[in-house]
Design a protein around this ligand. Structure first.
Ligand code: H2B
Length: 116
């Protein structure tokens, strides 16, 4: 079943609950200032969470910045609840809050070993 795209009112309500995230067309985006290596590590954890929930952000890493851009491709690159669910996970992981990291630490490490 295709995921349901959200109304403008629903999108505004979700964004109000997610300080730091902004609308970027039919996507949401957030930039974090981290060292380059922290950005790469953060990418591994977010990638593990993305695999776990079946929803993946675009990830742009430049020196001292990482930017996540999320939209639902299965809904024709429109915003759905899955996008805001992933944004919450990214915030938890970026904040180092255990609720973001416990379930992904081992699979992130596994991801590293499989990538080497
Ligand atoms: C089968 C697989 O779960 C789907 O293709 C998922 C994968 N990750 C995804 N990520 C994003 N951002 N949008 C999607 O529609 C999407 N679909």
């Amino acid at each position: 079943m295709l995921p349901q795209s959200l109304s403008e009112e629903e999108i505004a309500a979700h964004l109000a609950d997610l300080p730091g995230w902004e609308r970027q067309g039919e996507a949401i985006a957030r930039t974090f200032k981290r060292t380059y290596h922290e950005c790469v590590h953060l990418t591994m954890y977010v990638a593990a969470k993305a695999r776990e929930i079946g929803h993946h952000p675009d990830i742009h890493i430049t020196w001292q910045r990482i930017r996540f851009v999320i939209t639902t491709h299965d809904a024709g690159s429109r915003l759905t609840a899955k996008d805001f669910e992933l944004a919450r996970h990214i915030d938890a992981i970026a904040a180092g809050r255990e609720d973001g990291l416990d379930s992904v630490r081992s699979s992130a490490d596994a991801g590293i070993s499989s990538a080497l």
